[in-house]
Design a protein around this ligand. Structure first.
Ligand code: BGC
Length: 778
């Protein structure tokens, strides 16, 4: 892996910046055209070329979106994420890097790690997951792969970019804890583990400020806190106020501003509104990345399109999720004479999404042809389209498909979302398949008990017919080799090993943001907080159609043991959890072992369980393996907005391990001792209960409570006669006045005790309490 901005590159950049005019410096901070940076020939600074991404190379050959060089179209991110295979994703990244080198591209615009807040998000197919750990780990592997070839990446879209509605102006209103625990984590993991050369800031605002000029995001969090060493590139057209962007840490505006931003920068420096030293800093960092990209370029690179196609097939194979199987799969070719293949997608696959990520594939396979090739000529394949390209169907097409299905031993129906249903630029309006697809599946299921449905879609869909069919295969948008991959799984050449990277709900109304998405008049309020994806379904006890992490295999895995070095641990040292899994079935297969953690009695509402580790293992029949997961402080922590930091509370934490978020047979409990953290000093505004939260202020707290109680005329802890809750004035011994007063006092801002105690605690005395409490801080 390459590290960015080594000292000599930085020194070279500084030396070059020192020779530049103000105009030259400004000229570097925005693109020369749509895809490349501005060169400065007199100083030998060349232009570099960027292109989309993420699942293939879209190097435009004209201004037309559809014209680009042929490139391997890998499965899109939701499919890649369903492999849960970091090594495979790294390999895909390396292949992408090679294709970039061969095509003179220095930076690939991906990966995208935005969370799937709602299944309606138009670009969900381009994003990995609803879970930040899964998305972050896979993004890191992807980046490492691409950058291992000397090509940069652009981790996008930073941040809280979760919808297409009003995409260039929307303000994502997200509370601090939610931002940290959900929407920033995948970026953080990818930055810390893989140092992408660039991060692409999003179009939207985050809590009132455009991401492209957001100092909190670009400077304080990304650079200072996470140690990002690369540069920030604007999403194409995301700049609002270029000067504010320079101040906040936006290095490069894309595409070209036709010189207007450059002129504004020059004018701001001349007018004293922008310090030239700040501009120098931004240009030096930017230049260091440009120099690095130039130095790593290998124009003589070539690649074998067939090899990359084979890799695309492997990735598509592992991405396929077997959602349901009542014995219909794999196809028993010895007993099968006729297979009905139904649905136009069998012949013209839906294999990628629309928008900036659209790739021109080097080849494209249909599942129909691939299936025929795999099963040979002894088995007869009959095909009917069943529906038109737009998803509509009519009685004649359905009747024809039904006739073929009834006469066959098994029917395989290809369905999913037509291209017009999911794309960059707009969100979906529902999670339904086209009516024509649903009607077709219903009709075939009624005619043929062995009906298998194969789905091609980039994001979760509802399946009202799920109970009526014998098997369901989620093939996602599987890239150019999707046809072979589907045939591999249907025939058993590949044992499916994909697991859902997002929850499939029964209905849109069941989804976490269903009442808030996509917001109105420029604002999206993330009212569901941290309860996104399975975190929501688990907390609300909503039964999903298929849960996060779910995926079946043609073999059986048994989770046989879980152990840990010690059950009482401290949060910093963490724990090493060992898990044993055995293949008790008859075929070799791969299993994704998932580990979730829950805090038993949290003080803030936390998810029922959160994914904290995973591993994909390969097992022969009868083979058993042991996997060790290391859990650290962060795996027990939540974001404590009151101290603006990750916090762990001492207590019990359950660790669950299994093959899906809803199938976790192994469990153990850890007693975690949290190490003391530096808490901010107590102030007059602190609540009195905060004195009780800190062991070293317990004595002060006890004194305040005692005095307060005396001032209310309650001396001791004994039960005093109180008043009935019924409000009839009758004494009610159940109410403990002592406890009641204590409860009232606990919730009081500290300074109010002076007035509320009627002078029993004087102002001087109160100041003394504060002073003592803060002096005693460890
Ligand atoms: C998209 C980015 C893409 C860029 C360049 C934008 O509209 O949001 O994801 O990388 O265009 O095509």
């Amino acid at each position: 892996m390459f590290t960015i901005q080594p000292i000599e590159t930085r020194a070279e950049a500084e030396a070059l910046v020192a020779q530049m005019t103000l105009e030259e410096k400004a000229s570097l901070t925005s693109g020369r055209d749509f895809w490349s940076t501005q060169p400065i020939e007199r100083l030998g600074i060349r232009s570099i070329f960027m292109t989309d991404g993420p699942h293939g190379l879209r190097k435009a050959t004209s201004s037309n979106f559809a014209d680009s060089v042929p490139a391997t179209c890998f499965p899109t991110a939701s499919a890649l994420a369903s492999t849960w295979n970091v090594d495979l994703v790294r390999e895909v990244g390396a292949a992408l890097g090679t294709e970039c080198q061969a095509n003179g591209v220095q930076i690939l615009l991906g990966p995208g790690v935005n969370m799937k807040r709602s299944p309606l998000g138009g670009r969900n197919f381009e994003y990995f997951s609803e879970d930040p750990l899964l998305a972050g780990r896979l993004a890191a592997a992807f980046i490492q792969g691409v950058q291992s070839q000397g090509v940069g990446t652009s981790l996008k879209h930073f941040a809280a970019n979760n919808q297409e509605f009003e995409r260039m102006s929307n303000d994502s209103i997200v509370d601090e804890r939610t931002l940290r625990e959900l929407y920033l984590t995948a970026f953080e993991t990818a930055v810390r583990e893989a140092q992408p050369w660039t991060v692409m800031c999003a179009y939207n605002k985050v809590n009132g400020t455009y991401a492209s000029e957001n100092t909190t995001l670009l400077h304080e969090i990304l650079k200072r806190e996470w140690g990002f060493e690369g540069i920030v590139v604007s999403d194409w057209g995301a700049v609002n106020d270029r000067i504010a962007g320079i101040r906040a840490g936006l290095h490069l505006e894309m595409p070209t501003s036709l010189g207007s931003s450059n002129r504004a920068i020059v004018a701001a420096v001349r007018a004293g509104d922008l310090e030239e030293a700040r501009l120098d800093e931004v240009v030096t960092e930017l230049l260091a990345t440009l120099l690095r990209a130039q130095a790593e370029a290998m124009p003589a690179t070539t690649f074998d399109t067939d090899d990359h196609h084979v890799l695309a097939r492997r990735a598509a194979d592992e991405a396929i999720v077997l959602l349901k199987n009542e014995g219909a799969l794999p196809l028993d070719l010895a007993k099968t004479k006729r297979v009905a293949v139904i649905g136009a997608f069998a012949q013209s696959p839906r294999y990628q999404g629309a928008g900036s990520s659209r790739v021109r594939p080097t080849k494209l396979e249909s599942a129909l042809a691939a299936l025929q090739a795999l099963i040979g000529s002894d088995v007869q394949l009959e095909y009917a389209a069943g529906y038109a390209a737009d998803g509509s169907s009519d009685d004649t097409s359905i009747a024809e498909a039904k006739r073929i299905a009834a006469a066959a031993d098994v029917a395989v129906v290809f369905a999913g979302l037509p291209g017009s249903f999911e794309s960059e630029g707009f969100d979906r309006s529902n999670i339904d398949l086209p009516d024509g697809h649903n009607r077709l599946i219903d009709a075939i299921a009624a005619a043929q008990p062995r009906t298998v449905v194969v789905l091609m879609n980039g994001s979760a869909v509802a399946m009202p017919w799920a109970g009526k069919v014998a098997a369901i295969v989620e093939a996602w948008l599987g890239g150019q080799a999707c046809g072979s991959a589907i045939a591999d799984v249907l025939t058993g050449r590949t044992n499916p090993s994909g697991k859902l990277s997002e929850t499939f709900p029964h209905r849109l109304e069941d989804t976490p943001a269903s009442l808030d998405f996509p917001g109105l008049r420029g604002e999206a309020r993330y009212g569901e907080g941290v309860f996104v994806g399975y975190r929501y379904y688990d907390a609300r006890k909503v039964e999903p159609l298929f849960p996060f992490g779910h995926g079946l295999s043609y073999t059986v895995f048994s989770y046989t043991a879980i152990t840990v070095d010690a059950t009482t641990i401290n949060d910093v040292e963490g724990a090493r959890v060992r898990v044993r899994v055995r293949n008790t079935g008859e075929r070799a297969g791969q299993e994704v072992i998932q580990l979730y953690v829950r805090e038993r009695a949290p003080r803030v509402r936390r998810p029922e369980r959160e994914l904290r580790a995973f591993a994909k293992v390969s097992l022969e029949p009868g083979e058993e393996t042991e996997v060790t997961f290391a859990l650290g402080r962060r795996d027990f922590a939540f974001w404590d907005a009151s101290v603006h930091d990750w916090a762990v509370r001492s207590g019990k934490f359950d660790v669950f391990v299994g093959g899906s978020s809803r199938d976790l047979p192994l469990r153990l409990t850890l007693h975690v001792r949290a190490s003391p953290v530096a808490l901010p000093p107590l102030t007059r505004e602190s609540l009195i209960k905060e004195f009780a939260d800190r062991p070293w202020t317990e004595a002060v707290y006890a004194e305040i409570i005692e005095k307060a109680q005396r001032s209310f005329g309650i001396g001791g802890p004994e039960t005093e006669p109180g008043f009935s809750r019924e409000g009839d004035g009758a004494p009610d011994a159940e109410i403990n006045m002592h406890e009641m007063v204590q409860a009232l006092v606990r919730e009081m801002p500290a300074w109010k005790i002076v007035h509320m105690s009627g002078g029993a605690i004087s102002n001087e005395e109160f100041q003394g309490f504060l002073q003592r409490a803060n002096q005693q801080r460890p």
